[in-house]
Ligand binder design. Structure first.
Ligand SMILES: *[C@@H]1O[C@H](CO)[C@@H](O)[C@H](O)[C@H]1NC(C)=O
Ligand SMILES: *[C@@H]1O[C@H](CO)[C@@H](O)[C@H](O)[C@H]1NC(C)=O
Ligand SMILES: *[C@@H]1O[C@H](CO)[C@@H](O)[C@H](O)[C@H]1NC(C)=O
Ligand SMILES: *[C@@H]1O[C@H](CO)[C@@H](O)[C@H](O)[C@H]1NC(C)=O
Ligand SMILES: *[C@@H]1O[C@H](CO)[C@@H](O)[C@H](O)[C@H]1NC(C)=O
Length: 339
């Protein structure tokens, strides 16, 4: 018998997750339903008449979902502007941005080795969100106090408690950003042409090619890098269905029956979830790097920046320090911001 049935706590967890999933599903169904009852229809029509109408825009309209800590957005913003927002504009499109992030006093991340006073509470404003929600991390943690209640997965051996906690926080964050987007699109009768989810702490080393992709039903595009036997879970774009599945990973998460997979990681779990829901995943050559609160690159990304810099991409050279030019361990150097 798996730990799922042994732990009464996990029953509570599953209930909690089931309720959260329920709310999202209802919202999604509201949005997806082609046929609404007369009463619902007149309610929606009435609602929409009383809300400000968006001005008609030409071109494709995308919803960007920004989730997780904005710990380094102040460093990464130029790359976000250049490689995410500008290519959309250049193709004649536009975007609305929906952001969820946490507030906290001290950032303690054993995985990245960050233990710093958190000074980025207001940095979400840099992304000019259409709608946003900022919640205290401590408040979320109250709902998930006991880690053994939180997870029955035999996680990868080097995952410490704080790492696993961060996975749950990130999940919750993406889920809330998705909910903000659904609320906005229903209120304003907006049908987005595509959905882009990104962690708020990544820098883009090359352009996001969303405009040149056909976002067919149940399609999803993820970067090939950092897949770790699954799919990269830091960035994705796709259509409403594919991304709806992507943003509700907690469905698979709340399930029992995968205890046999020792050493599971979030990327592998994401792959299982997408496969189970028949999402058609295409990998792309997008290169994104996580940037820490200190401006330093994440532990797996130095080689990538090194390569991008050597290939002539000046922005990526901003992390280079030392005399031989091979050292990518230092914080980002502002003088490269406009390159
Ligand atoms: C956490 O949950 C486990 C399993 O349900 C239980 O054995 C343990 O006593 C709990 N710990 C705390 C501090 O509540
Ligand atoms: C919502 O937008 C669609 C097309 O974008 C339009 O056909 C429909 O009439 C709109 N509904 C309302 C209630 O305005
Ligand atoms: C980003 O924030 C950190 C910490 O507050 C600060 O030291 C750094 O100078 C900021 N970077 C930029 C580019 O503003
Ligand atoms: C949510 O958690 C699941 C299971 O831990 C993981 O597969 C997924 O990558 C997480 N999602 C995010 C956005 O971190
Ligand atoms: C999956 O997506 C790719 C890329 O958009 C497309 O070429 C392919 O036809 C799709 N496959 C299916 C089965 O829909």
């Amino acid at each position: 018998m798996g730990p799922c049935r042994e732990r009464s706590g996990s029953v509570r967890l599953h209930l909690l997750l089931a309720i959260q999933v329920g709310v999202i599903m209802v919202l999604t169904l509201l949005l997806l339903r082609k046929e609404t009852s007369t009463a619902e229809q007149s309610f929606l029509t009435d609602l929409q008449q009383h809300l400000p109408q968006p001005t008609h825009r030409q071109g494709k309209r995308y919803a960007v979902l920004a989730f997780g800590l904005t710990r380094s957005t102040n460093w990464t913003l130029p790359s976000i502007e250049k490689h995410l927002f500008k290519p959309i504009r250049d193709a004649g499109g536009s975007h609305d941005l929906f952001l969820h992030t946490f507030t906290l006093d001290v950032l303690n991340n054993d995985w990245s080795g960050e233990h710093v006073t958190y000074t980025h509470q207001d940095d979400y404003k840099l992304l000019k969100p259409t709608r946003f929600l900022v919640t205290p991390e401590a408040q979320f943690d109250l709902t998930t106090q006991n880690l053994s209640d939180l997870t029955h997965y035999p996680w990868q051996a080097d995952f410490r408690e704080s790492t696993i906690r961060n996975l749950y926080r990130t999940n919750y964050s993406l889920q809330l950003a998705w909910a903000l987007m659904l609320g906005h699109s229903v209120e304003h009768n907006i049908t987005y042409d595509g959905f882009i989810a990104t962690r708020s702490d990544v820098a883009f080393l090359n352009p996001v090619d969303v405009s040149s992709r056909v976002l067919a039903p149940y399609s999803l595009f993820v970067p090939e890098i950092f897949g770790y036997k699954g799919y990269n879970d830091r960035f994705a774009f796709g259509d409403l269905y594919g991304m709806g599945v992507y943003a509700s990973r907690q469905v698979t998460y709340a399930k029992c029956g995968v205890e046999w997979m020792a050493g599971i990681n979030p990327e592998h779990l994401l792959r299982l979830h997408l496969e189970e829901h028949n999402v058609n995943v295409t990998t792309t050559d997008l290169k994104i790097v996580r940037v820490r609160a200190t401006g330093v690159l994440g532990r797996d990304e130095k080689k990538l920046a090194q390569y991008a810099c050597a290939s002539g991409y000046q922005y990526a050279c901003g992390w280079r320090c030392g005399n031989n030019g091979n050292d990518f361990r230092c914080p980002y150097n502002n003088k490269f911001l406009n390159k």
